[in-house]
Design a protein around this ligand. Structure first.
Ligand code: TPP
Ligand code: MG
Length: 601
């Protein structure tokens, strides 16, 4: 049988290094699905490609994004024309905003029908023009497939972005043209991509070193761009006697068990990170576009050096004196010989003392009583039990606070969430993609009940379908059952001064653990604080994936590291407006705040 365009598309993807496609079928891609079957694209690992069936196309895009985040390879998702393509969008924006290489392949109505107001006919080139603006093309001739695939994969990698190919369904069944005749108007592309070396010029490095050597109180802020530069960041911090704060996506860039790592920064961050930025005289920013200026030094207070691989991301958050465009690890390696070890270690000692105290504050906060369970305690108990090399994902919600603050991440672990889009929903699909990419590692998703009801519960079905294929069965979904869209409830209280609007914020209860049991997973529900440690132990040694449902108190405030006068004023006026949670809020806020003032050493 002659190979079809669908067959050729898959063959070219395989040549480009793709091994897995997340997706959902439909008649817009039947020609590709048939080809997948012929290519033995089942999930038993015997074929060159495996197709993973999700519950919703948005989840396929989240999984492709997570694949890229956890492996560095291009993540690929596949959806049908019209509705399937539209469903992909939010997950693709998650990838685009966090600079991840993802290729979306979507079907389209037959070329013979386009322009005919045909069923499911959507102008897909326009639809994807923003999210995949670096490269979105619709194929109309079999000879295009080769260069479209080669370029879509290469541009996704090189630009660290989303690309999109639209393949009309009648084209998919046509005969493949893997090699067009050499003629005017034909393109003869090749596959493959290798990262170039990216190191700034020596003069810029020397200027940067001069500033860093002159500083007496150096702060380092790292983001996702520093994930592959752990040794280099640590060495620079040692030389400069600096503290290291982390943006959310850089959580795994440096381990939390180092005494000069101040942890997360920002609204979800720590007080030592806040103080580090406020008191420093020099800021070195590595691979981060952390957005909130109120958590960075005040303009003029600190001299700045930034390293980023993308010139578009340079100098956009703080006016830097030296901007180094380059790979983080390579640039830091080139910088290290130019740095002088700071003899005066008093700034470093101050940071280490603050970090030591802060872990004590977090532990005390976690141990405070709540009604019935303090969510901080759930994360605190997990922290010391995190298995080596585990892969963590967090959803957007209060869990992101506790993920950011309470988990002491160690070397070798991976951790991610929707950093820039901050969308609800990625927690469970990210963990699924982690298990497909690294079946021998433990994956743990930290998710709110709102996100579970939005999509996580459905995606548990995907876990139930596939988990027996993973060499290690451990995938744990922690659900914070607080019957509330808690993060937003708190934002409304603390930022707007509005009380909880129950009609919008309250969530119906749902038996998450029982549901897990029903579909063949294990469900564990904890209702009292003393059950938490044992529940984690049980989940981490179970013979199958687990949903660990913790009934947590929605009145535990995800306090920012410093309470500003505006926050305090807003919160006070909230309480005066008879918020249904007033009594609990006062109790918990005081408890957590008091912990900061108790001397601990
Ligand atoms: C798709 C989407 N819709 C709405 C929001 C706004 N939002 C951010 S966090 C949040 C609450 C999440 O609630 P839940 O999952 O229950 O977590 P909790 O904060 O209660 O722990 C909402 C509504 C968002 N970020 N993304
Ligand atoms: Mg909730």
């Amino acid at each position: 049988m002659t190979a079809s365009v669908g067959d050729h598309l898959l063959e070219r993807l395989t040549t480009g290094g793709v091994r897995r496609i997340y997706g959902y079928p439909g008649d817009g891609i039947n020609g590709i699905m048939g080809a997948l079957d012929r290519a033995d694209g089942g999930i038993d690992g015997s074929g060159p490609l495996e197709f993973v069936q999700v519950r919703h196309e948005e989840m396929a895009a989240f999984m492709a994004c997570a694949h890229a985040k956890f492996t560095g390879e291009v993540g690929v998702c596949l959806a049908t024309s019209g509705p399937g393509a539209i469903h992909l969008l939010n997950g693709l924006y998650d990838a685009k905003l966090d600079h991840q290489p993802v290729l979306a392949i979507v079907g389209q109505q037959a070329m013979t029908a386009l322009g005919g107001n045909y069923q499911q006919e959507v102008d897909l080139v326009s639809l994807f023009k923003d999210v995949a603006h670096e490269y979105v093309h619709m194929a109309t001739d079999p000879a295009q497939i080769r260069h479209l695939v080669d370029r879509a994969l290469r541009i996704a990698r090189a630009e660290r972005t989303v690309t999109c190919l639209i393949i009309p369904n009648d084209l998919q069944g046509e005969d493949a043209v893997p090699e067009a005749p050499r003629a005017h108007g034909t393109v003869h592309s090749g596959p493959g991509y290798s990262e170039p070396a990216r190191v700034p010029d020596q003069r810029s490095l020397e200027q940067a070193a001069k500033i860093l050597n002159a500083g007496e109180r150096v702060a380092i802020l790292v983001g996702a761009g520093a994930l592959e530069a752990t040794d280099e960041v640590i060495e620079v911090a040692e030389l400069l006697g600096a503290g290291v704060a982390k943006a959310l996506l850089g959580k795994a860039a440096v381990p939390d068990d180092l005494p000069f790592v101040t942890g997360s920064i920002g609204l979800l961050g720590t007080k030592p990170s806040y103080d580090l930025m406020t008191d420093c005289d020099t800021l070195l920013m590595v691979g981060s576009s952390f957005p909130y200026s109120e958590f960075l030094p005040e303009e003029g207070d600190a001299r700045g050096v930034q390293i980023d691989i993308d010139a578009r991301m340079i100098g956009i958050r703080y006016p830097m004196e030296v901007n180094l465009v380059g790979d983080s690890a390579q640039t830091l390696r080139a910088l290290i010989p130019l740095l002088e070890r700071k003899a005066d270690r008093s700034w470093r000692e101050q940071i280490e003392a603050a970090v030591g105290d802060w872990w004590g504050v977090l532990e005390a906060r976690a141990m405070n009583d709540a009604d019935p369970i303090n969510p901080q305690r759930v994360f605190w108990e997990l922290s010391s039990r995190l298995p080596d090399n585990c892969i963590l994902s967090a959803d957007s919600g209060s869990s992101a606070n506790w993920f950011a603050r309470d988990l002491k991440i160690r070397r070798g672990m991976k951790a991610s969430l929707s950093g820039t889009l901050a969308t609800m929903g990625p927690g469970v699909p990210y963990a699924i993609a982690a298990k497909f990419a690294f079946p021998d590692r433990v994956a743990i998703a930290l998710v709110g009940d709102g996100a579970m009801q939005m999509n996580g519960n459905s995606e548990l079905v995907t876990i139930a379908k596939y988990w027996q294929r993973w060499s290690d069965p451990h995938l744990i979904v922690l659900v914070l059952n607080n019957r509330d869209l808690n993060q937003v409830t708190w934002e409304q209280r603390a930022v707007e001064g509005d009380p909880k609007f129950d009609a919008a914020q309250g969530l119906p209860d749902f038996p998450y653990a029982r549901y897990a049991d029903l579909i063949g997973l294990r469900g564990i529900r904890v209702e009292t604080p003393d059950q938490i440690g044992g529940a984690w132990d049980e989940a981490l040694s179970a013979d199958r994936p687990v949903v660990l449902e913790a009934v947590t108190d929605p009145e535990v405030p995800p306090l920012p590291p410093h309470i500003t006068f505006e926050h305090a004023k807003a919160l006070t006026s909230t309480l005066l407006k008879r918020d249904p949670g007033s009594r609990g809020i006062i109790r918990q806020t005081l408890r957590d705040k008091v912990e900061e003032f108790i001397p601990r050493r």
